[in-house]
Design a protein around this ligand. Structure first.
Ligand code: FDA
Length: 399
């Protein structure tokens, strides 16, 4: 036997899921070794929620997660809820507030959450090693052998928490997928999600001219629809409604925008009550001026100067066009800006109770690398906590 150092559990990836798993293991008396190739832990926690970490969502429910198997996340989400995470924050005296739509944010800056995760890791006797690259993992009779730039480690249980492919600049790699495939796992093709759309040609030019304008819309794609803000950018469309829709969108498909967000005006009544109103004022209450001006140049927009002179049919056609604006994005901004990765480890190869591999006992996958992707608004961290908790509980029980 080599002179490898042995740990009861080794966790690969010091992100949200990996660090939380280490803390939960420590609380159950199981010290772990956490390895990460990055120089700093939990960089995505640091930049999350505009710097204040939107760490969970009060409306967490399985139907707010995408997966080839919509039932997979149910067990872990039911056993670790947003209020469970709030008790962790209370233990650390960390203040929080609800912003909107059940989204909970830290009162302090997000590094406070990282400190909490690191404190729990340390309190539980865990060891964190950063800037370590893992060169090989081999199965042994009673566990795994992990070869790294810092030496060789042995363990009975290996937890993979190396995340997905979004934001490669921050150290994202396909490590989890490659390792899983070696052990016979199937991978649901990863694709960028919660990501802005890009457009080409005239649409790109029009949107670039409106860059910075934000308006409330209903955005639909792939059968899902979201009532939130949309933002015009120099390359296309972004904002919460668009990011949400992007997770459901597939290459080549249309997206649909309802610029009235389900509250279409009755312009025939307006015309009857205020016939002398300039037609250009139609959109005054509905869209910011720059956007309204642009929309009034679109093909079905009425050209007559006063409402009284616009045929009812033209008003109806214009309202219908704006409530069902159909656009075909050229693509998305891709991995560079995607907040998360949709797809990943096929859940059919994992236990939904423990996150353990069905092919390699002792091997666990948690967090974003699994084919479970949350909506925007704290859901993805809740999945990181819940899947990490499921694995930690199982590991502590079977030790
Ligand atoms: P995560 O990516 O956090 O951690 C993986 C770790 O593994 C990293 O530390 C990485 O360095 C390491 N690693 C990767 N490859 C490795 C290798 N080969 N060897 C060793 N280590 C390796 N979610 C949410 O719920 N609320 C929010 O407010 C936000 N905000 C947000 C903003 C932005 C800009 C982004 C990009 C993302 C968010 N998210 C979010 C999503 C959230 O950050 C994400 O879902 C979780 O961080 C996923 O946690 P994981 O631990 O699974 O992966």
């Amino acid at each position: 036997m080599s002179n490898a150092t042995t740990f009861p559990v080794i966790i690969l990836g010091a992100g949200a899921a990996g660090l939380f798993c280490a803390g939960e293991l420590g609380r159950r008396g199981v010290p772990s070794l956490v390895l990460d190739h990055a120089a700093k832990p939990a960089e995505k926690v640091r930049i999350s929620g505009g710097g204040r970490c939107n760490f969970t969502n009060l409306h967490t429910a399985p139907d707010r997660f995408l997966s080839e198997n919509p039932h997979f996340a149910k067990s872990a989400l039911a056993r670790y809820t947003p209020s469970d995470f709030l008790t962790v924050l209370a233990r650390h005296r960390i203040g929080w507030h609800e912003k909107t739509l059940g989204q909970l944010f830290c009162d302090e800056k997000s590094p406070r959450i990282i400190r909490m995760l690191l404190d729990d890791l340390e309190a539980g006797g865990g060891t964190l090693k950063l800037a370590v690259s893992v060169s090989d993992i081999a199965r042994e009779a009673d566990g795994f052998r992990v070869e790294t730039s810092e030496g060789v480690y042995r363990t009975r249980a290996l937890v993979v928490a190396t995340g997905g492919l979004s934001i490669p600049k921050m150290g994202a790699t396909g490590f989890a997928y490659d390792l899983a495939e070696r052990f016979g796992h199937r991978i649901v093709k990863p694709r960028p999600a919660l990501v802005p759309f890009v457009f080409t040609g005239t649409e790109k030019e029009n949107f670039a001219a409106l860059a910075g304008v934000s308006t409330s819309v209903r955005a639909s794609a792939g059968g899902a629809r979201f009532d939130e803000a949309m933002l015009f950018t120099h390359r296309g469309l972004s904002g919460p409604a668009i990011l949400q829709a992007s997770s459901y969108w597939r290459e080549g498909e249309e997206i649909r925008i309802d610029l009235f967000a389900g509250r279409a005006p009755d312009w025939r009544v307006e015309k009857r009550d205020r016939p002398r109103t300039p037609t250009a004022a139609l959109l005054d209450d509905l869209a910011p001026k720059r956007l309204a001006d642009h929309l009034m140049t679109l093909d079905p927009a009425p050209t007559a100067a006063r409402l009284a002179d616009v045929p009812d049919k033209t008003l109806d056609r214009f309202a219908a066009a704006l409530s069902d604006w159909r656009l075909k994005p050229a693509g998305t901004e891709g991995w560079r800006t995607a907040e998360v990765t949709a797809g990943g480890l096929d859940t059919g190869d994992l236990s939904s109770k423990t996150m353990e591999s069905r092919h390699a006992p002792g091997l666990y996958f948690i967090g974003e690398c699994v084919d479970v992707t949350g909506w925007l608004g704290g859901y993805n961290f809740q999945w990181a906590w819940a899947s990490a908790f499921a694995a930690a509980e199982a590991l502590a029980r079977h030790r």
